[in-house]
Design a protein around this ligand. Structure first.
Ligand SMILES: Cc1ncc(COP(=O)(O)O)c(C=O)c1O
Length: 408
């Protein structure tokens, strides 16, 4: 694939030709999970049909083949994000597990009573609840970077928070799953590093949509999920700088992560294996590797531009409809549009859109504090990806128009 051709791309995704309620599927729920191209489905099938064996353990051909596939996937992820070595990539179940891993394995060792963990009010529960649990158990305190009226992060507030000597970690979303904000993470990291505070980025909504270079942004921890970037469920990564991984205690204990085990004491392998206890999701990791190959072949810049155009087009069409409140900044947003229409309840809106074949999400989007900040109980959310088209946006907006009339 040399140039971006959405119709060619769509042919790679079998589910996109599905009908729902006898209508062509218009899948606009990509922030929740994305669809899978044939290459991902086929390689996972191929491994299950022909090469399945547990990794790292067996001295036989199938196990060697599985191990090679698994470790190649790690190399693909490391190259995709420009990590300095594949060993800095830990395979986890996804973003949620990755953040919990840091909270347990780093947090319990390096955060103690009276320390401060800095978050924002736009965080997904995955980047809030693990820190609440940690703060409760060690007696630390959570503080929140303020948001400006237009929902962007207030960097002056961040500067003030990091200047407190008790601040030990900044953990922020790279892109909000509700507002679509792409946060200025380079500046956030520079500000935090100027006070020697490490930064964890929740990259769940950023990694799928634009190029990310760990060396360039200099983040300390980064978490994302494969299923939001064309890969399978049950697999994601935690990236951390090697010196942090080396200093951390293990997260889960069990097979694979040990060097030697006695009755009372054990010693552990080096990263990444120290953090990968038990049989890993190796077939899923191989699927993740194929998803990364696909994204690279299309090109992250082209994907970003396509989504930005779709978002701009959709925002323009929604504005023409009238009576639609869109949340989030006017600029610098990813392909996510959260909205409310008149007095209609978001669940009714989502259900009526579904009747027209349009899949969107409605609810608090696992961001209840943000809903409070926005002073709403819930929103509807349409989210785009590389395979969505302007004509799908038209179907979505026409359906909303009907819904608007219905509620008037
Ligand atoms: C910003 C953000 N963080 C974290 C998560 C959690 O991802 P997962 O459920 O794959 O662990 C999501 C999922 O929607 C998200 O949007």
């Amino acid at each position: 694939m040399s140039s971006f051709d959405v119709e060619t791309i769509r042919k790679d995704f079998p589910i996109l030709s599905t009908k729902v309620h006898d209508k062509p599927l218009v899948y606009l729920d990509n922030a929740a999970t994305t669809q899978k191209p044939n290459s991902v489905i086929e390689i996972m099938n191929e491994y299950m049909h022909n090469h399945n064996a547990n990794v790292h353990r067996g001295i036989h051909l199938l196990s060697e083949k599985s191990t090679e596939g698994y470790e190649n996937a790690r190399i693909k992820v490391a190259n995709f994000f420009n990590a300095s070595q594949p060993e800095e990539i830990i395979f986890t179940k996804g973003t949620t597990e990755s953040i919990n891993l840091v909270a347990h394995a780093w947090g319990r060792k390096f955060i103690s009573e009276g320390d401060i963990i800095i978050l924002s009010e736009m965080e997904h529960h995955s980047n809030l609840v693990p820190w609440q649990l940690l703060a409760k158990s060690v007696g630390a305190e959570l503080k929140f970077v303020e948001m400006n009226e237009d929902t962007t992060l207030n960097l002056e507030s961040l500067k003030e928070l990091v200047s407190d000597k008790r601040a030990k970690l900044v953990a922020l979303s790279y892109a909000s799953n509700v507002l679509g904000n792409v946060n200025p993470v380079k500046e956030v990291i520079e500000i935090s590093h100027s006070e020697n505070i490490p930064v964890l980025l929740d990259g769940a909504q950023a990694a799928p949509h634009h190029k990310i270079d760990f060396a360039e942004i200099d983040c300390d921890f980064f978490a994302c999920s494969a299923h939001k970037m064309l890969g399978p469920t049950g697999i994601g990564i935690l990236y951390a700088k090697m010196e942090l991984l080396e200093a951390m205690d293990p997260f889960l204990g069990g097979g694979e992560m040990i060097l030697e085990v006695g009755l009372h004491e054990s010693s552990y392998k080096e990263p990444p294996y120290k953090f990968e206890a038990g049989t890993p999701s190796y077939i899923e990791a191989i699927g993740f590797g194929a998803a990364i190959d696909y994204l690279k072949a299309v090109g992250m810049d082209s994907i970003h531009d396509h989504e930005a155009n779709l978002s701009k087009y959709a925002l323009g069409e929604l504005k023409k409809l009238g009576d639609v409140e869109v949340y989030g900044p006017s600029e610098g947003r990813a392909g996510i549009i959260s909205f409310n229409i008149g007095n209609a309840h978001p669940h009714d809106v989502a259900q009526l859109l579904d009747a027209d074949g349009v899949a969107v999400r409605a609810g608090h989007h696992c961001a209840q504090p943000l809903m409070n900040w926005l002073k709403v109980s819930s929103t509807s959310r349409a989210s785009f990806y590389l395979y969505n088209t302007e004509s799908e946006v038209d179907v979505f907006v026409e359906s909303l128009d009907k819904i608007k009339e219905m509620f008037n």
